[in-house]
Structures are given as structure tokens and as C-alpha cells.
Design a protein around this ligand. Structure first.
Ligand code: BG6
Length: 512
């Protein structure tokens, strides 16, 4: 690359602070599990260090394990301390939080009502104004039980009008495992809770750069006119991870990459990239447009998976200089496993704006590098006047990088300095200042406390994404994923079949 221009953000860009939410009582079901340890408590701690928690709040952890509040607090303290970025752990900030954490072991139906009653004096003491958030950090197999038990214990009842006393329920992903089970889960939730009380998680929506997609598209007049099939050749959406399945073998065997990453995160990235502008930045409008575009994706014919799908499973290899065992040798994984850890999918959005523009999505574990990005590949210039002066003119690309670096890159062609006419690519980039992004889970918690559902999926979005993927997953499972996927070496770019998917259209993946 011959030239780089860095555009700095204006100073106002770093001064966008949240407001503190009102008082609340956060119930965490599955509080001794991995999610509470890795995400929820570190995020609560982050919110407190940013002075984003209110004066009055209470946190009630519950789980099957019998332990005292003291033991629970100690365990959470150690977990948060070891997760603190750069080892910087502020004991004082943690203690402010810790004093409001209580643990209640739970078993069986009657336990829910009893727990809610036991909380009433605590809620009075901590002046939580009877605002309650029920966070289901339990395995999906326990969702039905927890929802039913909460419902029967009248946990959904909101005592006051307006903001006086709310009850919100947060349901972690995966939301169902196919169209039918997701619909059943929605029916069960709605038996007890109103839609405005239901928060369906997709933490990707809360990532800083993912939120920026809408700001970028709809507050700059120069992009929207070219955001269509007249100017865009194709779109690539990547979520490549270097990590494997960590200690989640049993979950992953049941799930696989299509359920784990595509039904939610990948399709939401597509939705934000392809949706029409909502008339206002309001929850119902934004979610409505996301759902509409997901419902406009051309249905996938399960008899022709070779035209739009490539699957893979990682074999042994190396990442970051480390020897990586094959997926089938991971703990909790069957040595004959047919679960796909990589998928590439070609999708088409059937509307005027996108007709003829393929969206290529890929996500995999144990890839060459960690990379989350949306890359818009524009069409080549219609005619070049520079024949004889420059080789092939590379089409423009715009890349919205989600992770590990949060930035925007726009590649243009420009004259290279010198006396000869010589063209070359120039990059305009904007990198988010480090350390100002609120972690996705912290943002999720804050939004639940503030009653803002925009970054959560509505029932229609969940339904549209399962309707798209369920027939393909069923088909792949019925013939045995093993017969249609290829192994790829850990630390590589993925299976050759994924390259072939694009090569058939005369395109290549952006390198990882
Ligand atoms: C989760 C998936 O939803 O998202 C994981 O279950 C995946 O398998 C994770 O690793 C990726 O999220 P992030 O925020 O770490 O990129």
C-alpha cells in the first residue's frame, strides 16, 4: 500500500456516556455457572468502575449448589479479579458491589415463590423499588422449567404503572434449536410475560462496532445512495475465531456452528447491513426492519446445499505456535463426531435493493486469526481511462471491523506520488480509541436496567432466522454432517469447499 490517511474522531466521539439506570434487583439463575463467572459478574464490576450502577441495587445469585452468600461472594471476587483487564482490579469498587450480592440455593417448584418472598425485605433494605430482572444464565434445557416456575410464582407481575416496578426476563442464546422449539419457547414466555418484558440475547448486537453500522449507514449521506445492487458487487461477513470450543464440548456437540453462530450473530450482522432505514431510531422500528430483511432472505433449498453451503470440522493443527488437537479429541466430544465447527453460506436478499448481490457469510473455530468483520465489495469502475498507465483497477471495499480491532477501513484508488502516472490503493481508516468501548455484556445489562430492547431480538427475528436455517440443518443432520463436510487444519483459512463456493462465482474470500 502506497499511502494511508488516518481520520481522527472528533473529541465529542469519546464523550458519549450512558446515564445511570434506576434501582433494580438482578436475579441470576445459574449464578455458579460459566456465564456468570466469565461475563455477568465481570460486566457488573465494569459498570461499577464506570459509575454506571445506581445508588440502590441488589443482586441475587441462585443455583442448585448449596453455598453461603459469603462463599459465593468470595468465588465471584476471585473470578472477577482474574478476569480484570491487565490485572487491574480495584478492590474498593468490587467491595461496593459485593456488599449487595446475595446467594440463594434453589431446588424444585415451590422454591421460586419462597425465594421471591425472601427477597422482599432485602429489596426494601436496598430500595430497589420492586424493579426485577430475571437473568436466565442456565443451560437451554432448563429454560422451560425456570420460565414456568417464575411464571407460576407470579414473577412476571408488575406492581405499578409505568416505570414503577418492572419485571424483565433475559433469555440467553440459543433461543430454541429449530423453528418449532423456538416458537414453543416464545409461546411459553408469552404465557406469563408481555413482549415488552422479554429480552432475547444476542450479545453481538451490543458490540460497539455492530451498533455503529446503523449510525454509519444512516447518518452519512454519502453511503446510502451507493448501498445497493447498482454499486455493490457482493458482501462478505466473517466471524473467525482462533479459540476452539473451550470447555463446552457437550453444548457444542448439540449445537454446531450453524446454531451457535449463524442463527443469531451472523444473521444479525447481515440484517444490520442490509435492512432498510427505519423511520426513527426507535426500538419497534429498528427491530421491525431487522425482522423484515431476515424474512426477505431467499429460502434455502435443502436438496441443493452444494450451491450455498460449505461445512467443515477442524482437525489437528497449530495456532499461535501452539499444537491444537482435532475437534474430535476435545473433551466432551464424540471421537466420531459429525458436528460442523465451520460453515460458509451464500445468501440472497430478495428485494429491489439487493437483487443479485450475494452475501457470503463464514464463521469457524480454530481459524488462522481472530477476525470479525463486514466487508462491502463495490463494483469495478464501468470503464477505465487509465489503460496502459495502470494494471487492473481494484474495486473499492469498505470494511467494518468488529474485532479484534474496532475500526472502519475504506480502500480507494489514488495516484501514487511520483512523476509517472501510477495508481495504487489508499486506505482511509478510523480506529476506535482503545478502552472506551463498553463491553458487550455490560451494555446488555445496562439496557435491561433501562428497559431498552433495541439490542435484543424480537420474536419475529428469531422466527425468520430459524425458518431460514432449520431445513438446511435438518437435511445436513439427516444425511450425517460427516458426509458433507471437510476437515480443515486448525489454524488454517477453513475448508477448501468454502473457497470453491466463492470461486464458482469468480470471487475469493478476504484473507484472514
Ligand atoms: C457465543 C458462541 O455466542 O459467541 C461462542 O456461543 C462464540 O461459540 C462467541 O465463541 C463469540 O463471541 P465473542 O464476543 O467472544 O466474539
Amino acid at each position: 500500500m502506497a499511502g494511508t490517511t488516518v481520520l481522527e474522531a472528533g473529541p465529542q466521539a469519546v464523550r458519549c456516556e450512558f446515564e445511570r439506570p434506576g434501582p433494580f434487583n438482578l436475579f441470576i439463575f445459574g449464578a455458579t455457572g460459566d456465564l456468570a463467572k466469565r461475563k455477568i459478574f465481570p460486566s457488573l464490576y465494569q459498570l461499577n468502575t464506570l459509575s454506571l450502577l445506581p445508588e440502590d441495587f441488589l443482586i441475587v445469585g441462585s443455583g442448585r449448589k448449596s453455598m453461603s452468600t459469603e462463599e459465593f461472594r468470595r468465588q465471584m471476587r476471585e473470578d472477577v479479579r482474574s478476569a480484570a483487564p491487565g490485572g487491574r482490579f480495584d478492590q474498593g469498587k468490587w467491595e461496593e458491589l459485593e456488599g449487595r450480592v446475595h446467594y440463594m440455593p434453589m431446588e424444585g417448584r415451590g422454591a421460586y415463590g419462597a425465594m421471591l418472598e425472601k427477597c422482599v425485605p432485602l429489596e426494601k433494605r436496598y430500595r430497589t423499588c420492586r424493579n426485577r430482572i430475571f437473568y436466565l444464565a442456565v443451560p437451554p434445557s432448563a429454560f422451560d422449567d425456570v420460565i414456568t416456575n417464575l411464571g407460576e410464582a407470579e414473577a412476571a407481575r408488575e406492581p405499578g404503572e409505568g416505570n414503577e416496578g418492572y419485571s424483565h426476563i433475559v433469555v440467553e442464546k440459543p433461543f430454541g434449536r429449530d423453528t418449532e422449539s423456538a416458537r414453543r419457547l416464545n409461546v411459553l414466555l408469552r404465557r406469563y410475560f408481555r413482549e415488552e418484558q422479554i429480552y432475547r440475547m444476542d450479545h453481538f448486537l451490543a458490540k460497539e462496532t455492530v451498533q455503529n453500522i446503523l449510525m454509519f449507514r444512516f447518518s452519512n449521506a454519502i453511503f446510502e445512495p451507493v448501498w445497493n445492487n447498482h454499486y455493490i458487487d457482493h458482501v462478505q461477513i466473517t466471524s473467525a475465531e482462533t479459540i476452539g470450543i473451550e470447555r463446552r464440548g457437550a453444548y457444542y456437540e448439540e449445537s454446531g456452528v450453524l446454531r451457535d453462530m449463524f442463527q443469531n450473530h451472523m444473521l444479525h450482522l447481515l440484517a444490520l447491513t442490509a435492512m432498510e432505514p427505519p423511520s426513527a431510531f426507535a426500538t419497534a422500528r429498528v427491530r421491525g426492519e431487522r425482522a423484515k430483511v431476515l424474512g426477505s432472505i431467499k429460502p434455502l433449498d435443502p436438496r441443493r446445499t452444494d450451491e450455498f453451503l460449505a461445512l467443515g470440522q477442524y482437525g489437528p493443527g497449530r495456532t499461535d505456535g501452539e499444537e491444537i488437537p482435532a475437534y474430535r479429541s476435545e473433551p466432551g466430544v464424540s471421537p466420531q463426531s459429525g458436528t460442523a465447527t465451520y460453515a460458509a453460506l451464500k445468501l440472497e436478499v430478495e428485494n429491489w435493493r439487493w437483487r443479485g448481490v450475494p452475501f457470503y457469510l463464514r464463521s469457524g473455530k480454530r481459524m488462522a486469526s481472530r477476525r470479525g468483520e463486514i466487508s462491502i465489495h463495490f463494483k469495478p469502475v464501468p470503464h477505465t481511462i487509465f489503460k496502459g498507465y495502470a494494471g487492473e483497477i481494484e474495486p473499492n471495499t469498505l470494511t467494518l471491523c468488529i474485532q479484534p480491532n474496532e475500526k472502519l477501513d475504506l480502500f480507494l484508488q489514488a495516484k501514487q506520488p511520483g512523476s509517472r502516472i501510477c495508481l495504487g490503493p489508499v486506505r482511509l481508516d478510523y480506529t476506535y480509541p482503545e478502552g472506551i468501548a463498553t463491553a458487550d455484556y455490560a451494555r446488555i445489562l445496562l439496557d435491561c436496567m433501562q428497559g431498552d430492547q433495541m439490542l435484543f431480538a424480537c420474536a419475529e427475528e428469531v422466527d425468520a432466522s430459524w425458518e431460514l436455517l432449520t431445513p438446511v440443518i435438518r437435511k445436513a443432520e439427516s444425511i450425517g454432517m460427516k458426509d458433507i463436510f471437510q476437515d480443515y487444519a486448525a489454524g488454517s483459512q477453513g475448508p477448501a469447499a468454502a473457497d470453491a463456493l466463492l470461486a464458482r462465482d469468480g470471487r475469493v474470500w478476504d484473507p484472514l
